[in-house]
Design a protein around this ligand. Sequence first.
Ligand SMILES: Cc1cc2nc3c(=O)[nH]c(=O)nc-3n(C[C@H](O)[C@H](O)[C@H](O)COP(=O)(O)OP(=O)(O)OC[C@H]3O[C@@H](n4cnc5c(N)ncnc54)[C@H](O)[C@@H]3O)c2cc1C
Length: 458
Amino acid sequence: MTVLIVGAGPTGLTAACALMQRGVPARVLDAAEGPATTSRALGVQPRGAEVINRVRALGDLPARGMNIGFVKAMAGGRALMTLRLEHLKGQGVLIGQSEIEKSLRDRLSELGGKVEWGTRVTDIAQDANGVTVRAGEPIEGDWLLGCDGAHSAVRKIAGIDFPGVPLTERFLLADVHMDWPLDRGGVTTWLGQSGMFAAFPLPGKDLWRIQGDFPGTGEVDVLAELEKMLPERTGLTARITSCDWTSSFTIHRRLAGTYRHGRVFLAGDAAHVHSPFSGQGMNTGIGDAENLAWKLAMVVNGRAGEQLLDTYEKERRPIAEEVLSGTTALTSFVLGMGAWRRILRDTVLLPLMNLPAAQRKLFDRTSQLAITYRRGPLGPHGDRDPEIAPRWTNGRWVITVPSENDPHVAVAQKHLGEDLLVETGPTVKLVRPDGHLAWQGRPSPARLEAWLRATLTT
Ligand SMILES: Cc1cc2nc3c(=O)[nH]c(=O)nc-3n(C[C@H](O)[C@H](O)[C@H](O)COP(=O)(O)OP(=O)(O)OC[C@H]3O[C@@H](n4cnc5c(N)ncnc54)[C@H](O)[C@@H]3O)c2cc1C
C-alpha cells in the first residue's frame, strides 16, 4: 500500500513523516523544482512544536529559533497590552517556515522517504482499489492526500468547492536587516488610525519581519512603502541595511465543502485559509496531517476499518471553523475598522487583556494546546494528555496501568499489537498516537474492549 502526498509544504511533510514512522510507504510529489528558501510562516505554536516533535523532526529548531517572551500592542506611543509568555506553559518557536520544512525533509529522508520535486499533479482518477495521478506520467497509489496549498489542484480536480470571502485589503511584508531601538525579546504591534504595523525579530543578525496593511491594488514597491510606513506608524526611526525577502498578500477566509472525496483527502491550506494573525495556518495544517496520518496508518496496517477515516473530518473541521472565526475576529479587532471600534479596542478591550485570566485564555487558544476532540465521534474523552503529548512515542498508542500485568494491557494489545507502548502510572488510561486521551475511567477491561471495538473495527 502506498499513500501519495501532493505537496511538500509543512502539511504534506508532516503527513509523510507520520506515515513513514508507522511503516507506511509515502510518495511526496511537489510541483516546485526544489525547496522554497523564503521564510513565510514564522510561528510554530506550542502544539505545533509538539506535533513536529512527535514525528521526531523538531531537532535543534527551538535552539535556533527566537524565544518569544512577549507580544505587545502599542497605540498613541503607549503599550496598551503586553502578553507575557515567559510564565505560560508550552514552548513555541519563532523561526522561518523554510527551516521547519528542512527539518521535516531531513526526518523524512532518515525514514527512507524523499520529495519528488518537479512533479506537478494535473489529473486524478480513482476507483474502489486505488488512485492514479497524472504528473507527467501516471503514478499509482492506494490513498491520496491533497496538501497542495490554498490553490489546491487536488481540491479542484476532486470537484470540492471552497466557499468563503476576501477579508481585507492588502498586507505588505519584508524580512529586513535593520538597526532600530526595539527589544528583540518579543513581537511588537502598533495600532493607529492610518493602519497597523508589526515587527517580529527573526534568527540572524539584526533580522526582522516587518509588515503593515496597505490599501489599494496594483504593482507596488513593497520595501519603499514599508520604509515610509515604519516611522509614521511606529514613531521610531530605523536604518534598513538590506532586505532578504518581500511579499504582499490579501486575506481570504475559506473552508473546503468536504475534506474527503473517496480515496482523496484534503489537509492544510488546501482545506482552509484564513488570516495569518496569531500564526495559526501552518499549525492547523500540521495538526490535520498528524490526525489523518495515524488513522490512515491504522487502516493501511489492517488494525482499523475504513470508518475510522471519517473521524478525520469530524475532528478537524470544527478546529478549522474555530480558527477561521477566531482569526477573522482578531483581524478586524487589530485593524480597528471604524472609529467606535478603535475607541473600544484601545480604552477597554486591550487594557482588559493585561489581566492574567485573559492572558491565559488568549494563550490557550493561540497555542492550540487547548484543542480537544471531546465532542467528536471518538469522545467523550479527547483532551490533550499533558504527560504523553510532549513526548516522542514513535507514532504509537500509550496505555498507562498501575502494574504491567494489569488486565487492560491484554485488551489493548489484542487490538493494537506492536503499536502499543505500556507504561506504569497511577490510573488506567489509553492515549492516542497524537497525544490525545482516548479512554479513561473506572477500571473495566470490558469497557475498554467495547471502546476499542467500536473505534477500530469495521
Ligand atoms: C505572511 C504569512 C505569514 C504566515 N505566518 C504564519 C505563522 O506565523 N504561523 C502559521 O501557522 N501560519 C502562518 N502562515 C500560513 C502558512 O504559511 C500556511 O498555512 C502554510 O504554508 C500551509 O502549509 P501547507 O503545507 O498546507 O501548504 P503550502 O505551504 O502552500 O504547500 C503546498 C505545496 O504544494 C505544492 N503544490 C501546489 N500545487 C501542486 C500540484 N498541482 N502538484 C504538486 N505539488 C503542488 C507547492 O509547490 C507547495 O510546496 C502565514 C502565511 C503568510 C502568507
